[in-house]
Design a protein around this ligand. Structure first.
Ligand code: HEC
Ligand code: HEC
Length: 487
């Protein structure tokens, strides 16, 4: 079918009705083969960071290790594209990127391709699919959770760090452009992107709305139906939270409306070709995946810290910030407080985008049936997140609108439009190295170029609010900034 050629428009119509290719059984066999050869993966875990802490009970360690393997070897979604499409993407880039790729060696071109979309090499299969995808056994690349939940910080891969370079919309746009002349079918992501935005700037996605849209087509037992279309969609971009903080939480998401459990994290799999049977069959694997997520440790700030300044900062933090963000160190505590939306004052589109009906649909579904905690139908605002490893999860706030902690501490100086560089890290301001602007440059006309700029004037992307640090004196701000490096 991949080789069939037809007129592009006709192809699209036909493919819109074509079911996703199911390669599940093949994938499982491949997974068990790779389990036998798992030494390499465990080595990768050790190389990439001591993810599985020593204090955990052996069962947890084993579950977490299995979780890592499910994440990196099993395709839970149909492939988005195949190797041939991946290798040809550059031909459809805007200039000057296209010419640069044309003149590059194949290795360099692969590096350029990874860089453009925010992908990183999987140390266990350096020449294979990126860490953010899984090989489906048939040349296909299937997206995995790491697409949004693992990326580079200061040029190095940090497991569980939000992938602040992931360019899902640009990748999908380029994939469609590449598939058309090759006569390849559109996958679910290509089709979805024709109807809904995937993400307006690199590093952020419309993930919350994906979930809302996909739930429209499910009954409470997750049976698929086509009664009604999604309504009241408030598209917006969200910056994924760092996974190393999940262990501290009882509830998930920016407004903490969902009780944490392994089912909750399966929402990402709701595409119609995954029927209710799949959710039940995969449930135990997602227990392992949650175990892995909860074993991820926050990375340490890798550069020198001024100990005296940081100690002074800890005092200031305790009196001005701890009531919401908790305490750290040996006697750590995390209150998991949800702050009313008007008090926190940050962008409210995410808050408004889930109404009581959509939260109710979730509350009445299979996802919640093992919860001790209730799903919150009318949350008051946003949760104050734990700040462990905060240096590594820039940009800040739930929508990723503030590039450094310094800017978070100086609300009046937050940039209107900013552009980051890929691997730079601002140790002074703690966060991304950015170039601030008042406007997008006039030559950024292609939407794919525009997405390289974070424009806080767009809906859902404002950098307002969380003015609490503004109450501190300039000295206190410097002290707290130094202290945050130690978390
Ligand atoms: C397209 C990007 C994307 C993909 C892929 C993705 N997520 Fe997420 N994830 C997000 C975003 C954005 C949020 C924040 C949503 C919110 O707070 O409302 C999130 C939130 C979460 C949270 C809650 C974290 C917290 O602190 O509250 C967990 C856990 C999580 N995702 C797990 C997963 C798992 C497991 C997968 C794969 C099955 C996955 N995600 C795939 C974007 C993604
Ligand atoms: C009244 C409660 C409250 C107080 C006080 C408070 N914060 Fe926050 N903080 C929040 C909430 C809620 C958020 C999430 C806002 C959002 O994402 O829109 C947040 C977000 C943050 C973030 C960004 C987290 C991320 O992952 O992007 C940082 C950093 C932060 N706060 C630091 C501080 C510091 C430092 C202080 C003390 C000077 C402080 N906060 C005081 C409630 C508070």
């Amino acid at each position: 079918m991949g080789g069939v050629r037809c007129l592009p428009l006709l192809c699209q119509v036909l493919w819109l009705h074509q079911d996703a290719v199911e390669l599940e059984s093949m994938e499982v066999q491949k997974f068990y083969r790779s389990m036998r050869a798992a030494g390499g993966l465990i080595a990768a875990l050790l190389v990439l960071g001591q993810v599985v802490g020593n204090a955990a009970a052996p069962d947890d360690v084993l579950a977490a290790r299995r979780g890592w393997r499910w994440l990196t070897t099993k395709a839970y979604l149909p492939p988005d594209f195949d190797q041939q499409v991946f290798d040809n993407l550059w031909q459809h880039w805007e200039e000057p990127a296209r010419t640069a790729a044309e003149q590059a060696t194949p290795e360099e071109r692969r590096r350029l391709t990874f860089s453009r979309y925010g992908l990183t090499e999987n140390p266990d299969r350096p020449e294979g699919v990126a860490l953010q995808y899984v090989a489906n056994g048939n040349g296909g690349w299937s997206m995995n959770c790491l697409a949004c939940h693992t990326g580079k910080v200061a040029g190095k891969v940090v497991l569980g760090a939000p992938n602040s370079l992931y360019a899902l919309q640009t990748l999908t746009d380029d994939v469609r452009l590449t598939k058309l002349p090759l006569g390849k079918p559109f996958a679910h992501m290509d089709k979805g992107a024709l109807l809904y935005p995937l993400g307006g700037s690199i590093g952020t996605t419309n993930a919350v709305m994906f979930g809302k849209i996909l739930m429209t087509y499910r009954d409470p037992d997750l049976g698929v139906h086509v009664r009604g279309l999604p309504t009241g969609l408030l598209h917006h971009d969200h910056d994924a939270p760092a996974w190393w903080n999940v262990k501290k939480k009882k509830r998930l998401y920016a407004d903490a409306f969902v009780p944490k459990n392994h089912r909750a994290i399966m929402q990402f799999l709701l595409i119609p070709s995954n029927g209710p049977d799949k959710f039940r069959a995969w449930e135990k694997e997602y227990r392992d995946i949650l175990a892995w997520i909860e074993a991820v440790e926050a990375p340490r700030f890798p550069w020198p810290v001024d100990g005296e300044l940081a100690r002074a900062g800890e005092h200031v933090f305790r009196s001005h910030c701890a009531e919401c963000h908790g305490t750290y160190g040996s006697a750590s505590s995390y209150p998991e407080r949800v702050i009313p939306i008007d008090e926190i004052g940050t962008d409210r589109v995410r808050f408004d985008s889930l109404d009581a009906d959509s939260r109710g649909a979730y509350a009445g579904s299979w996802f919640t049936r093992l919860d001790e905690l209730e799903t919150v139908l009318e949350p008051k605002g946003y949760v104050a997140p734990p700040l462990d490893g905060i240096w590594a999860s820039a940009p800040y706030l739930h929508n990723g609108s503030v590039p450094t902690l310094w800017h978070l501490f100086h609300p009046a100086q937050r940039p209107v439009v900013w552009q980051r560089d890929e691997d730079g890290y601002d140790r002074e301001r703690v966060g991304l190295t950015v170039r601030a602007r008042d406007e997008l440059p006039a030559d950024a006309t292609d939407p794919r170029q525009k997405r390289r700029y974070f424009d806080t004037r767009l809906p859902g992307k404002s950098a307002q609010g969380h003015d609490f640090p503004d109450r501190l004196s300039p000295d206190e701000k410097r002290q707290v900034l130094e202290y945050l490096k130690t978390l």
